[in-house]
Design a protein around this ligand. Structure first.
Ligand SMILES: NC(=O)c1ccc[n+]([C@@H]2O[C@H](COP(=O)([O-])OP(=O)(O)OC[C@H]3O[C@@H](n4cnc5c(N)ncnc54)[C@H](OP(=O)(O)O)[C@@H]3O)[C@@H](O)[C@H]2O)c1
Length: 231
């Protein structure tokens, strides 16, 4: 059966491929990011009119209202993929507190704003999937220079677990994937030259499948999706 799924951070990388995969399986996708041109290209690539682009900055409350308005014109959401994110790599002692605030704003408060705005539109039996990172997964191998990013991604983990408890009575599942290296612009910016073992297409397919089926098996779970051992 065709579902309606909202994907944030859909203008490139993992979100772009997740949106394309869902549309190719005939699901309706509301795709958001700040880059209007890239969202339009995504929508055109899908060809079957299954991708509805909504240009929005998740740090701006007025843009959150815009996304909610687009969702209102649907019959409700079956899935919300909070995938948008930003990274910053710098030694902790040189990282200004403003950088911490900026990364929290995009990676964490963006999820908070959007989830609060869309909760009334999430159907019973729907699934919220938050995309975190191995940088925020307790006990995994960490890399210096990612303190602001790791702190924000760890906050996504905690937020996901609490929301799963709170939303259970509404029959809305919440899970969190802590993913490992995927070959995207974000990875290239943070670790130039590093070759990831997973492509955005592969991870997009995995996430597309997980939003549709994961909540039949998991709720309130924080799952490492990485080839390296989280030791
Ligand atoms: N790639 C990896 O190795 C890796 C590893 C672990 C976790 N992750 C996580 O996976 C997710 C996707 O990462 P990616 O590698 O695909 O990154 P990416 O290629 O840099 O894409 C990030 C997406 O987030 C959007 N975005 C950034 N700031 C935004 C804002 N203020 N408002 C709205 N949208 C915003 C960007 O769109 P616009 O610029 O058009 O707004 C873009 O579509 C992120 O949460 C990331 O932390 C990635």
């Amino acid at each position: 059966m065709s579902k309606t799924i909202l994907v944030t951070g859909a203008s490139r990388g993992i979100g772009y491929e997740t949106a394309l995969k869902l549309a190719s399986e005939n699901h309706t996708v509301i795709a958001t990011a700040r880059s209007q041109d890239k969202l339009q290209e995504l929508s055109n690539t899908a060809e079957n009119g299954k991708i509805i682009p909504v240009t929005a900055d998740l740090t701006k409350p007025e843009d959150i209202t815009k996304i909610a308005a687009a969702v209102e014109s649907t019959k409700g959401l079956d899935g919300l993929i909070n995938n948008a994110g930003a990274v910053h790599r710098q030694a902790f002692m040189d990282t200004d507190i403003e950088v911490f605030k900026k990364l929290m704003d995009v990676n964490v408060y963006g999820i908070v704003r959007l989830t609060q705005a869309l909760k009334p539109h999430l159907r019973k039996g729907s699934h919220i999937l938050n995309i975190s990172s191995m940088s925020g997964y307790q006990g995994s191998l960490k890399f210096g220079g990612l303190s602001a990013y790791g702190a924000a991604k760890a906050a996504v983990v905690g937020l996901s677990e609490v929301l799963s408890a709170e939303f259970a009575e509404d029959n809305i599942a919440v899970n969190c994937l802590c993913i490992g290296a995927v070959q995207t612009e974000m990875l290239e910016n943070a670790f130039p030259g590093f070759e990831a073992p997973v492509s955005p297409q592969q991870m997009g397919s995995y996430i597309a499948n997980f939003i549709l089926t994961g909540h039949q098996f998991y709720n309130g779970k924080v799952l490492p999706v990485a080839l390296n051992d989280p030791s």
